[in-house]
Ligand binder design. Structure first.
Ligand code: SAM
Length: 419
């Protein structure tokens, strides 16, 4: 917010600077010039001849591509052969992203089939228009709306796949993978499988030489986790023409009764995302390697207290190293839209602190009018690229921030002092 006010002050002083020269004769830079577009900033760092080529690229029209993937690969030249992007095929997953008001996006995931149609609030798009295209392609729906088509990342897949119980959120999963210091080839135990989100990330982290053992007490959750896992593997194989590792063993059983099954196993790490994780500690502790980490995912801090109290009263040799919450702060950074382009040199962005925080507006003062304009549909993906000039930016924390998801507790298995 302070930076925003600074920009605003700077913009105001630029207005009042008259002919743009300071008393010493040195031309004064207008304050809005310090708010350059990213491209402009890069250009100013380059030698003149390279800067000119960057300018040419930026000036090239951003047309909708009409040629096919093969032509595109040929145009990219032989040096692009290593990357070998592969076009969409029937049977794999595609993610369509549509820009909406207030700089939000809607994401739709589908499995491609030649005769099927993607139906969105922005119109229809037959799958056959997607099949054969390279991911990253913009296409138009029957209603003329732009959709960006690409393969879903694993994060997007787990957020969009069918859910039974709440999943562990990807932002928390990545922190837990780090906590447990998971490596390719590791053997990791998780409980419970739930919807299978954590299982998929563990599967990727331990790789084809690793092993994930996933316990689940409920058979509907066990089946869903397996289904989501297999669905992702099958789509991966079609889209990438290589196998996703088949390294997760889903076991339908109460973890607290599984001690006998695990006698011969040494675990590199354990992750517990279940009610009453303390009931699993006596089972997993003996199997976890000394110095290994058990990461526990709990929604409430009172549950963390119960967990630590059980460890203390039962003298389980776990050391609680950290309890963290993973918070992401979303920011909004956008070129401010100017309704009347002729006024572009006389633009001041202004923060309207009384604005209720439900909507995102662009607040722009032109010379003689205030334009408070709700941001239009972000069809301006390419419009913004066309506006090749220095513009002020809206840059502030977003009104929309993620809510609390969980507390992550890192327990290290230790060996008590020899008495
Ligand atoms: C919140 S979900 C786990 C979500 C999962 N981590 C994911 O990312 O999709 C908790 C799961 O733990 C399972 N569960 C609870 N107690 C259990 C136990 N004693 N043994 C095995 N699974 C258990 C529940 O049935 C539920 O499916």
């Amino acid at each position: 917010m302070r930076a925003w006010r600074g920009m605003r002050r700077a913009a105001s002083s630029a207005f009042s600077s008259g002919n743009g020269a300071v008393p010493g004769g040195r031309p004064r830079r207008r304050a809005w010039e310090t708010s350059l577009s990213p491209l402009e900033r890069v250009r100013r760092l380059l030698p003149p001849e390279e800067a000119a080529s960057v300018g040419r690229c930026a000036a090239a029209p951003q047309e909708m591509r009409t040629d096919g993937p093969q032509e595109m690969m040929e145009a990219a030249g032989p040096e692009a052969a290593g990357a070998r992007p592969s076009p969409f095929r029937a049977g794999e997953l595609a993610l369509a992203e549509m820009w909406r008001k207030h700089n939000t996006t809607v994401k739709l995931m589908c499995r491609l089939a030649a005769g099927a149609v993607l139906a969105s609030s922005g119109g229809l798009l037959p799958h056959r228009h997607i099949i054969g295209q390279l991911p990253g392609q913009l296409l138009r729906t029957s209603a003329g709306r732009q959709l960006l088509l690409r393969r879903p990342s694993l994060e997007e897949y787990v957020l969009l796949m069918p859910r039974g119980p709440t999943i562990a959120y990807p932002k928390d999963i990545s922190a837990m993978l780090m906590m447990m210091d998971i490596h390719p080839g590791d053997t990791v135990l998780e409980s419970g499988s739930g919807s299978g989100a954590m299982s998929l990330f563990l599967s990727r982290a331990v790789g084809p030489k690793g092993h994930v053992i996933s316990y689940e007490i409920r058979d509907d959750h066990h089946n869903l986790a397996k289904k989501n896992y297999n669905h992702w593997r099958a789509a991966w194989k079609i889209g990438h023409m290589e196998e996703w590792p088949d390294n997760v063993e889903f076991i339908l059983k109460d973890i607290s009764t599984a001690a006998a099954d695990m006698k011969s196993v040494t675990l590199d790490a354990v992750v517990l995302d279940m009610l009453n994780p303390q009931s699993a500690l006596p089972v997993v502790h003996p199997r976890l390697k000394q110095g290994g980490v058990c990461a526990v995912y709990l929604a409430n801090i009172t549950q963390v207290i119960d967990l630590l109290d059980r460890i203390r009263t039962c003298k389980i040799p776990f050391l609680c190293e950290r309890i963290i919450e993973v918070t992401h702060r979303n920011w909004l950074v956008l070129p401010a839209k100017i309704k009347n382009c002729k006024s572009s040199q006389a633009v001041e962005m202004q923060e309207n602190s009384e604005e209720p925080p439900q909507k995102e507006y662009e607040e722009i003062h032109t010379q003689d009018q205030v334009v408070l304009k709700e941001r239009e549909d972000y069809e301006s993906l390419s419009d913004d690229a066309e506006t090749y000039c220095s513009v002020p930016y809206v840059a502030r924390p977003s009104y929309w921030q993620d809510a609390h998801s969980a507390f992550l507790t890192k327990l290290r298995k230790i060996r008590p002092l020899l008495s």
